[in-house]
Unconditional design. Structure first.
Length: 287
């Protein structure tokens, strides 16, 4: 088997297992019951199987093709990579702040701290989300181990940097189909032409978020930085959302808010993409 055919086969095995698990268990594990506090142990099991499906696919593909885990992409490399780890926090925070600003502009509301109990409420929100950060980081190992530690690298070998970001983002977006339909993830269920619109917009979002994550992966030569960034987006951004945006402002506007989220993804993702392109050109010239 040639190297190119082997890479195609590795991607095929990865996608078959990853999507097979997600499409089997994702519907039950991400059903919306967690929002009502009625989730059962079986639904928890389905949820974790679904969220860890990329990691399971990665491990299985590496095992089948005797690739193993000899590379050290799975471990943090702090020496000489401080900038990458710093950006793994700063870029998601910038994403969250831009998101809040854009939402307030679009909805015509003021950008102010809404906490009724002042600083104490803000501190309480941050404390709760700091705990959620560690939980999210653990859960997101399941995603990033598959996407950044396997799929994107394999796609780049076949289709180059641009192809890996576009194709990888579309695959990442399609993987979210169960929560997009069952709970209206990010864009709600009031979107026009639901759920087709939601799926298409999620793919666009994942393309540009994928560019951010892949930059961090390349800057640190590790999957740890994307895990941190992904966890910050899923937790710290929610803190900013809860502090600056009132429930009355955003109620019933899920689709508009989801579309607003695309703007910071573009504003941050495109420069990251351009930066990676320039780096690749320099590396090719030096070789």
């Amino acid at each position: 088997m040639t190297s190119k055919k082997k890479t195609y086969a590795q991607i095929g095995v990865f996608l078959l297992i990853t999507f097979g698990i997600m499409m089997t268990f994702g519907w039950k594990g991400i059903s919306g019951n967690e929002l009502e506090g009625t989730i059962t142990p079986f639904e928890y099991l389905c949820y974790y199987l679904a969220t860890f499906s990329p990691a399971i696919g990665c491990i299985a593909a590496r095992y089948v093709f005797h690739e193993g885990f000899r590379d050290d992409i799975l471990f943090p490399k702090f020496t000489g990579h401080f900038k990458g780890y710093l950006l793994s926090v700063l870029l998601p925070v910038a994403f969250g702040l831009l998101n809040c600003v854009i939402i307030t502009i679009v909805l015509g509301a003021g950008f102010t701290i809404k906490a009724e109990n002042g600083l104490l409420e803000v501190i309480a929100a941050i404390s709760v989300k700091s705990v959620e950060f560690y939980i999210a980081a653990f859960i997101l190992i399941g995603e990033e181990l598959g996407w950044r530690a396997f799929l994107y690298d394999k796609l780049e070998k076949l289709f180059g940097l641009h192809g890996s970001i576009i194709i990888g983002g579309i695959i990442w977006g399609l993987w979210h189909i169960p929560p997009l339909i069952t709970i209206g993830l990010n864009f709600g269920k009031d979107a026009p032409a639901f759920p087709i619109t939601n799926i298409a917009l999620m793919c666009v979002l994942c393309i540009f978020l994928g560019a951010i994550m892949q930059l961090l992966r390349k800057m640190t030569d590790s999957v740890v930085a994307p895990i941190i960034a992904h966890a910050v987006i899923d937790t710290v951004c929610n803190v900013l959302f809860s502090i600056f945006l009132s429930g009355e402002l955003v109620e019933g506007k899920n689709f508009i808010i989801g579309c607003c989220m695309l703007v910071p993804a573009l504003l941050i993702g495109i420069p990251c993409w351009i930066y990676m392109t320039k780096k690749c050109v320099k590396m090719n010239r030096s070789n």
